[in-house]
Design a protein around this ligand. Structure first.
Ligand code: ZN
Length: 62
């Protein structure tokens, strides 16, 4: 396996993990809540990035 395909697999796994976490947040009812400060995340932000876990106040975590 070349380095390129290894990086691709890691990127896919990372995205899958984000999807898993988003689905879990949907299941437990915290999907629209910032994981850092518990502020509700706006519809606009979630439409722009459905996997968003934090409000825009924490750009370093995006
Ligand atoms: Zn926040």
């Amino acid at each position: 396996m070349s380095d390129f395909s290894n990086e691709s697999v890691l990127a896919i796994e990372s995205t899958l993990n984000e999807v898993d976490r988003a689905l879990e947040r949907l299941r437990v009812g915290t999907y629209r809540t910032c994981q850092v400060c518990n502020t509700p995340i706006g519809d606009g932000e979630l439409i722009a990035d459905p996997l968003l876990a934090n409000c825009p106040a924490h750009p370093e975590l995006a």
